[in-house]
Design a protein. Structure first.
Length: 364
């Protein structure tokens, strides 16, 4: 692998520049974006909405909040919209001065970056490989105390694809409430997972809970830069609203989201495909167990894989894959992981089969 280079899911242009491979010829297994594309209702309807750029969006985003409410079951008055989940993560952290934050790890690097920008301190709670990176609720509750201001959890977890159940999160939230901790739950990948992992219903009961969601992954729309947050904590909601920019969701993104959220056929097809393909990929990985390849049961649209000792490292496999037009995620730079871990999302079956064939070939 090219020394010093770290590639993330959005780095297709960087791959094109470094490796000289046209970006159109690269299948990104690293971005964790749905392979189903954007919805037909969006494609058919957006052209009639293009003149919306002549107007400011509704400052309160009333129609958008109503559509989000119908989609995820949250109350409209508890919803905040923003320019992608990353803006909302930053706004939630910025509402405190020098916050003391505990992050369930491995985790998305933007959490820690935002905390440090605010002059805060970070403590990591590491999920354990020997537990299959499954959350240990009692240990997490035990780790929380009054010295913490914020707890950050990605659910399902990126990059492990393991998840907290709603019952497990309820226990964590009771502990947060007792200790005066704000709990930020990043549900970027929840649309791909079983409903028992969805903690949004708990926003009606816990004012310390702030759930963040995104249109980027499930709706295959990272270019929209649209996310939304949910909390019933009036003071918390007010502080977060004050920390973000007004009109951070454009008129065009607003109209696009209304079309996508109402396309129930596309939503159903996407969920059904990911559920089926997730099971199929697990079966293929099970067949590779004699090669020393291990994976951790995924609940989202991607899987974390541990490569066997003695064979190529994660960087070596990344290099092999990208030269064949497939970009996987080398997880060596995630705290708590090393150069034996890769992550890839589920794409179209032919592409998935090509990647599975390469992994088998490299480690046979």
């Amino acid at each position: 692998m090219i020394t010093g280079e770290a590639f993330h899911g959005s780095d297709i242009e960087k791959i094109e520049e470094v490796y000289g491979i046209p970006k159109e010829d690269i299948v990104s297994f690293s971005a964790n974006v749905s392979p189903m594309g954007v919805s037909e209702r969006y494609l058919q309807g957006i052209t009639s909405k293009l003149d919306c750029v002549e107007r400011y969006p509704d400052r309160e985003y009333r129609a958008l909040k109503k559509a989000i409410s119908l989609y995820c079951g949250a109350k409209s008055e508890n919803i905040i919209v923003g320019g992608g989940s990353t803006e909302l993560i930053g706004a939630a952290i910025k509402q405190m001065e020098s916050p003391r934050v505990i992050i369930v790890t491995p985790a998305y690097s933007e959490y820690e970056r935002n905390v440090k920008q605010r002059g805060g301190t970070v403590e990591h709670f590491f999920l354990k490989e020997e537990d299959g990176f499954a959350p240990d609720i009692s240990e997490i509750c035990e780790a929380l105390n009054e010295s913490h201001d914020i707890l950050i959890i990605c659910n399902p977890v990126n990059p492990t694809s393991t998840a907290f159940t709603r019952d497990g999160m309820e226990a964590v939230l009771k502990r947060c409430e007792k200790c005066g901790i704000v709990c930020i739950v990043d549900e970027t990948y929840i649309d791909f997972a079983d409903e028992r992992f969805d903690v949004t219903p708990l926003t009606d009961r816990f004012g310390c809970l702030f759930v963040i969601r995104s249109m980027s992954k499930f709706f295959c729309a990272p270019g929209l830069r649209l996310g939304y947050g949910i909390t019933q904590g009036a003071e918390l909601k007010e502080r977060i609203e004050e920390s973000k920019d007004p009109w951070s969701v454009s008129s065009l993104s607003n109209e696009a989201a209304l079309l996508m959220l109402s396309d129930t056929d596309h939503i159903g097809r996407t969920r059904a495909y990911i559920k089926e393909e997730r099971q199929r990929i697990m079966s293929l990985l099970d067949d590779m167990e004699p090669l020393g390849i291990r994976y951790y049961r995924p609940e989202a649209n991607f899987v974390l894989v541990r490569l066997p000792e003695g064979g190529p490292t994660s960087g070596g496999l990344f290099e092999r894959a990208v030269k064949e037009g497939m970009m996987i995620r080398d997880c060596a730079d995630f705290p708590g992981l090393d150069d034996r871990y890769i992550r890839f999302c589920f794409m179209k079956k032919d592409d998935d089969d090509r990647l599975m064939s390469l992994i088998r070939k490299v480690y046979s």
